[in-house]
Design a protein around this ligand. Structure first.
Ligand code: DAH
Length: 340
């Protein structure tokens, strides 16, 4: 008798009661009118009189225990499902973090805006270029070192050998081929060079190319346009200086420095104590380049310039590791805000 009771008791404790179905089965199996506990009570009649009292007590205890287990499981089930169904419409929603514009996009937009204000349109070209647009039409002699495998990523596309453009000057050629002067355009875009990645060099970066072609465009126009640009970008006090340089596609060519905005030209480690920072290359479009694209170099002259967006961003935001721009670290990206 006692054995039977403790057997049922240990069965009860082993039952799983995690859902409504299991709970109901438990009720039928133990507490129902045909359940095991009811069955025990029926058996009580056969227990000898002197043992009846004790047996009755044990059975009552067992029934109460089963009932208690059943009640608790049922209550637990109803509160969890109630909780799941309860929607608190007054709760504030989860905060969605607002993204920020990438520093290179900010600088790119600012450069575009500055040139838009003096009538330059925006033009774009492909990143996968042929030799003609990236080199030949820009007056690169075949043996020019910039064509060297070390600088350029060459790719095969069908029969044709193509390259990832090494500069946005290729867009100049495309614009000159398709439009007639007067041409006043800037071409922002990504460029690629076969370089080992470090803080100062990357295998891809961004440039903005500028091109102005019309009758009687002079070097003075170039200088004044670039001075205007420097003042708009770095402030009214900005000065520029031009140093003679060489590019195959311009003659004469120059490199342009802007007065160091970080130390006010007093000399600091960013400008290497010279008071000047290099920002771009420029020059008068070489007549060969005009002719290669079908523009009469006797009738028209023009100037061109090209600048690195990362370089300008570095000066504006004092970020001196190029790798940061493409690593997508939110802690870095979060720090830049600007008008959209
Ligand atoms: N294409 C040159 C470069 O990638 C930059 C440049 C220099 C562009 C002088 C020009 C220019 O249009 O006139 O380094």
């Amino acid at each position: 008798m006692k054995e039977k009771i403790s057997e049922i008791e240990s069965d009860i404790l082993k039952e799983s009661l995690s859902n409504a179905k299991e709970i109901e089965n438990f009720r039928i199996k133990y507490l129902g009118s045909k359940g095991k506990i009811k069955g025990l009570f029926a058996w009580l009649k056969e227990v000898p009189n002197e043992e009846k009292r004790e047996a009755g007590q044990l059975m009552n205890g067992l029934r109460n225990k089963a009932q208690e287990i059943f009640d608790t499981a049922k209550e637990k089930l109803s509160t969890t499902s109630e909780e799941a169904n309860k929607i608190d419409l007054s709760r504030p929603g989860d905060q969605i973090e607002v993204g920020a514009r990438h520093p290179l996009s900010l600088v790119r937009s600012e450069i575009i805006e500055i040139f838009n204000r003096i009538g330059f349109t925006v033009s774009e070209g492909p990143e996968i270029e042929d030799d003609w647009h990236n080199f030949s039409a820009l007056n690169f002699p075949p043996e020019h070192p910039a064509r060297d495998m070390q600088d350029t990523f060459f790719i095969e596309k069908g029969e044709k050998e193509m390259a990832l453009r090494t500069h946005t000057s290729s867009v100049q050629v495309r614009v000159m081929e398709n439009d007639k002067p007067p041409i006043r355009t800037i071409s922002p875009g990504r460029v690629y060079r076969n370089e080992a990645i470090s803080a100062r060099a990357h295998c891809f970066f961004h440039q903005v190319e500028g091109l102005y072609i019309d009758k009687d465009v002079s070097f003075a126009d170039l200088k004044q346009t670039l001075l205007y640009f420097a003042k708009e970008l770095f402030g009214e006090k900005a000065k520029i200086r031009l140093r003679p340089s060489y590019f195959p596609f311009t003659e004469p060519s120059a490199e342009v420095d802007v007065s160091c905005t970080i130390c006010n030209s007093k000399g600091c480690n960013v400008c290497k104590y010279t008071g000047w920072l290099e920002i771009l290359g420029c020059g008068m479009v070489d007549p060969n380049v005009l002719e290669a694209s079908g523009i009469d170099s006797k009738e028209f002259t023009g100037f061109a310039f090209g600048m690195g967006v990362e370089r300008i961003a570095q000066l504006k935001y004092k970020v001196n590791d190029l790798r940061l721009y493409s690593e997508n670290d939110v802690r870095f990206l979060k720090q830049f805000t600007g008008g959209i």
